[in-house]
Write a protein of this length. Sequence first.
Length: 313
Amino acid sequence: MSQQDRSLIVVVGSANVDYIMQVPHLPQKGETVAGSGFSQTFGGKGANQAVAAARSGGKVVLVCSVGGDALSNRMLSGFQKDGIQTDFIVQIPNAYCGTALILIDPEGNNCIAADPGANYLLTAAHVERIEPLLSRTAVLLVQYEIPPESVARALELAVSYRVRTIWNFAPAHPYPYMDMFSKTDILVVNETEAGFLAGMDPPEEDGEVVEALYRMHELGTETIILTRGVKGSSVLTEGKVIHIGAFPVQAVDTTAAGDVYCGTLAVSLSEGRTLLDAVRFASAASAISVTRMGAQPSAPYRSEIEGFLESRR
Ligand code: RIB
């Protein structure tokens, strides 16, 4: 099978209903703050990455688990409108869809609590149904809002079909199958997740970032991307660390910036771009996304990303 035949991007992960409130500041323990705007949109790290990949030009298959309610049905229609293949989505009649409560401050910083709901009913057996697709798959993308064994099964299967694997280890919480890091081609983490995996405080300065990258490298992943918000991305690849600046923009909501980054990174790599070109494409897409409210509503289309890159050349 030639590389040309491998055009699919398979995303295995979560789908949530997001309830978003804008607040003057993120509340302290015990504090009540008055909201200044409320909306309900669709999110979940897996679904957000699938939407970002599809809008930026990828042929995307999403594997996730949703409930049997009206909101889940609306979510599925949205995926189809974005051209995502939904045949591998599991719909569980008596379950409720994953739900996230998101608070956003005026600088676009957020605070998220997510209840997994149907996401935690996505089993390794559900994931195994993707096997017939894998000889046509360029990239498999996973996160960590589904059961750990389902993440592991997705990575194992992808490796057995020589599919490039990207693991966005988000959100950070203990993972029982540590050998999966050596089955991951590219690990993508933010500062909090990097601190968790590297066993240190979230790295901020360049020196701390380099230390975190080398510590995570010991887990067995060859290429690691640490996304650093306005400071850009630091990439450990072929034993060297490269810092790539962010595109300066006025952020209104950083929710799903990492998801847009991962989805568009996958697309660019699936098209045969170099890692650093793919990072630039993903950085542009994620810069656009933070100028818009919401998770899936903020994911840009291909023409927008190309126009943005052209304007910043
Ligand atoms: O990464 C952002 C996402 O995290 C939100 O859409 C929310 O659903 C949570 O999963």
